[in-house]
Design a protein around this ligand. Structure first.
Ligand SMILES: C[S@@+](CC[C@H](N)C(=O)[O-])C[C@H]1O[C@@H](n2cnc3c(N)ncnc32)[C@H](O)[C@@H]1O
Length: 277
C-alpha cells in the first residue's frame, strides 16, 4: 500500500478484537457451511470409541465441545446416554440432526472453562481437536473439570492433531473442493506461543466468499499432552494413532492421535472432599 500500512480485512480486525482462545466467536455460520462435509467422521469416531471403551449400551457419556454433535448423535444411535456441551449456536443444528436420526441427545450450552458437574459419566470426550484452545494453565484446568465429571475408574478421551504431522504437512495454503464449494485454508505456526493458526475461507463455485473463520490451537507434542493429562489428576491408559483401536504411538504418517486417560479408582483425600492436615 502507498502509505506503507496494510489494509485490514474485517476478519483481521475481528481477530485483533477476539482473544486467540475465543477464535470460535468469529465463526458466523462457518461450521454449518464447512463441517457438514466431515459428517462421515462421526461414525468413525463412534466405532473407535465403542471398540476401545467397551462400555455397555446405556452408559453415560459426556461429549465436551461437541460442536454440532456429529459424534454425540452417532454414540446415541449406538444406545449410549449422551450429554453434549458446546458454547456455540451450532448446537441448534445438533438438535435438528438428533431429531432426524430419531435419537435422544442432551445438547446443552456451556463453557468448558467453567464446567462442573457431579461424577456421573462413565466416559468423557474432548473430540476433534477440542483440547488446547486456552493458556497452558487453563487447558489443564479444562482437563481437570472434564476428568471430575467421570466416576472413579471412568475414562477421558482426547482426539488431537499430531503436531509433527501438521508442521510437516499443513503449513501454507490448502485448497479443496467440498460439495461444490471451494475450501481454502492458510496455516501458519507461531513458534513462540506454540500455536497453529489457520485462516479458513469457503467460497461458492463463482468464487464468492460465503464464510470465513480463523482457528488457533495450542499444538502440544505427545509428551507434553501426556504430562498435562497427569497434571490434571488422570492416568494414561493407552495411546492410539489415526483411530487404530490397537494401542500405538503416532508416527510420521498419522495426522491425528487419541489418548485414553483414566480417573484413578481411589481418589486422593482432597478429591473425596476430605481436608488434608
Ligand atoms: C473443532 S470443533 C470440534 C467439535 C466436535 N467435538 C467434533 O468433533 O465435531 C471445537 C468446538 O469447541 C467449541 N468450543 C470452543 N470454545 C469452547 C468453550 N470455551 N466451551 C465450550 N465449547 C467450546 C466450539 O464451539 C466448537 O464447536
Amino acid at each position: 500500500m502507498k502509505d506503507g500500512t496494510a489494509r485490514r480485512t474485517p476478519l483481521v480486525e475481528e481477530r485483533r478484537r477476539v482473544p486467540a482462545e475465543e477464535w470460535w466467536r468469529t465463526e458466523g455460520g462457518f461450521f454449518l457451511l464447512t463441517e457438514a462435509h466431515r459428517a462421515e467422521e462421526g461414525p468413525k469416531a463412534a466405532a473407535f470409541l465403542e471398540k476401545v471403551l467397551r462400555l455397555p449400551p446405556g452408559s453415560r457419556l459426556l461429549d465436551m465441545a461437541c460442536g454440532w454433535g456429529r459424534v454425540s448423535v452417532e454414540l446415541a444411535a449406538k444406545g449410549y446416554r449422551v450429554v453434549g456441551v458446546d458454547c456455540s449456536k451450532v448446537l441448534r443444528l445438533g438438535r435438528l440432526l438428533a431429531q432426524q436420526r430419531g435419537v435422544v441427545v442432551d445438547l446443552v450450552r456451556g463453557d468448558m472453562r467453567r464446567w462442573s458437574c457431579p461424577p456421573v459419566f462413565d466416559a468423557a470426550l474432548l473430540w476433534g481437536m477440542s483440547f488446547g484452545y486456552f493458556s497452558d494453565r487453563q487447558n489443564v484446568e479444562v482437563l481437570r473439570h472434564v476428568g471430575r465429571s467421570v466416576r472413579p475408574g471412568g475414562r477421558v478421551v482426547l482426539d488431537l492433531h499430531h503436531r509433527d504431522w501438521y508442521l510437516a504437512n499443513y503449513l501454507g495454503e490448502h485448497v479443496d473442493l467440498v460439495q461444490g464449494k471451494v475450501s481454502h485454508d492458510e496455516a501458519t505456526f507461531d513458534l513462540s506461543g506454540g500455536r497453529l493458526n489457520i485462516l479458513s475461507t469457503v467460497a461458492d463455485g463463482q468464487g464468492k466468499v460465503l464464510a470465513r473463520q480463523w482457528h488457533s490451537f495450542r499444538e502440544y507434542t505427545p509428551e507434553e499432552v501426556l504430562s498435562r493429562v497427569r497434571s490434571a489428576g488422570l492416568e494414561v491408559a493407552s495411546v492410539h494413532a489415526s483411530l487404530e483401536p490397537r494401542p500405538c504411538p503416532p508416527g510420521p504418517a498419522d495426522s491425528s492421535w487419541q489418548v485414553i486417560a483414566r480417573r484413578p479408582r481411589s481418589l486422593r483425600p482432597t478429591e473425596r472432599g476430605l481436608r488434608t492436615a
